[in-house]
Ligand binder design. Structure first.
Ligand SMILES: CC(C)(COP(=O)(O)OP(=O)(O)OC[C@H]1O[C@@H](n2cnc3c(N)ncnc32)[C@H](O)[C@@H]1OP(=O)(O)O)[C@@H](O)C(=O)NCCC(=O)NCCS
Length: 170
């Protein structure tokens, strides 16, 4: 994983998500996604997934929350995978590399934890720079309608079994 982006603010810090930040995170997600955020198929996945705070990160510019990435454990076929999302950066802070740093940090944490795969639903032109491919996720069945080309997977372990089948509780 290597990303070519503008340098983020020098005062940027990434911290594991804490419960006390929930209201600020919800506000940021509302600003970044708008009112449609709860009808996404990713929300149906999160309803059957287990939140992984140790793999989830918030980006702060000084004391200001500027980005968030959340990670969850869920099954895809017989395999436990980490599901990435939501990923959001404050609209005033986008295109400065914060999103890229958050994706890299969360995927590195998942790899260090011994996880085999990270899966997400998102725009391929953004996520392919981190190594995500639709091909590795083509046989996963999500719990709702989805454009399958938006389902992406990143292999973290060389011995990871191929992903195939419906998503279910981890
Ligand atoms: C997607 C998002 C998290 C990226 O965060 P960011 O901090 O702006 O991203 P980075 O600075 O790491 O990367 C910026 C680059 O990615 C590109 N990019 C951003 N969103 C993109 C998308 N959906 N598809 C393709 N490219 C995208 C930008 O154009 C920019 O390209 P450039 O460097 O050539 O100008 C942010 O735009 C956001 O919060 N969007 C709204 C919520 C959302 O759509 N989240 C993703 C859900 S899957």
């Amino acid at each position: 994983m290597s990303v070519d982006f503008c340098p983020p603010p020098p005062s940027l810090t990434l911290k594991n998500e804490q419960l006390a930040w929930s209201d600020r995170i919800e506000g940021l997600l509302d600003r970044a996604f708008g009112p449609g955020r709860f009808v996404k198929v990713s929300e149906r996945v999160r309803e059957i997934a287990e939140f992984a705070p140790e793999l989830s990160f918030c980006a702060f510019d000084g004391e200001t929350l500027v980005g968030v990435v959340r990670m969850w454990r869920v099954k895809a076929g017989g395999e436990t995978v980490v599901f990435l999302g939501p990923l959001a950066v404050d609209p005033d802070q986008q295109s400065a590399g914060v999103g890229g740093l958050l994706v890299e940090k969360a995927c590195a944490a998942a790899k260090a934890a011994g996880e085999a795969w990270v899966v997400l639903v998102g725009d391929a032109p953004y996520f392919q720079r981190f190594g995500f491919t639709a091909a590795d996720a083509a046989a996963i069945r999500l719990p709702g309608p989805v454009d399958q080309t938006r389902v992406q997977a990143l292999k973290l372990r060389a011995d990871a079994a191929p992903l195939a089948g419906p998503m279910s509780r981890a």
